[in-house]
Design a protein around this ligand. Sequence first.
Ligand code: TMP
Length: 259
Amino acid sequence: MSRRRQIYEGKAKILYEGPEPGTIIQYFKDDATAFNAEKKGTINGKGVINNRVSEHIFTLLQQIGIPSHFIRRLNMREQLVKQVEIVPIEVIVRNYAAGSLTKRLGIEEGTQLPHTLIEYCYKDDALGDPLIAEEHIACFGWASQEEMQDISAMAIRINDFMAGMFGGIGIKLVDFKLEFGRLFDGDFSRIILADEISPDGCRLWDIETNEKLDKDRFRRDLGGEAEAYQEVARRLGLFPEGNVSEVADLDSERKKRGK
Ligand code: TMP
């Protein structure tokens, strides 16, 4: 890995220059942060699971016509993606009340929303990713109106698909976060899905018990976070080569030994 030029290190991923121009390698770390990195920790095997879960979801989304930066998974912790210019907006899609929505508006956690709610946050760690209105996006030129139409239409289609996919394996899709990027072709650009979709950026509850199977286990010190990520991967039928926890743990051990 040290051979490659590092472009950026984020909280959960490292980006390296890809083998061809216009490509990037996304490396998934086990590091976990919450509350704008005030809380830091690691979730053993998380990087391996998120790499695989995100590959799975992006591949299925491409099959239903959602364009994305995903090219292919390279190994346990890395995937090759197209280089994009990230739109500085976090798109939050909500089906049930949880997290900041419950705090901001006093709505009880778990309340089913009358319809899917899309929120936008301005991607700026120093400001703590503040909630913004579409008017701010237009006013400050963070995305054009046409781009916002593409983004919101894709977000709704992604939600419909994912709610069905998770519903089929006994998981309630409470909310999730998406990021989009601009793929340039000469002077023109189009919006494609970027970043990752994994239990780091989704709220996933067991349909029967409402048990949390996502990063809220870490955020709220509930324990069992590695097991929750493994359970999501297991229900999605990933890691056919072996037991999820063994595969992810083995890789984490290998990483610690620096191999
Ligand atoms: P929130 O309720 O804290 O606003 O989060 C909504 C969803 O977005 C939740 O599934 C977690 C995800 N999310 C991220 O992926 N990154 C973030 O920085 C934040 C604040 C939320």
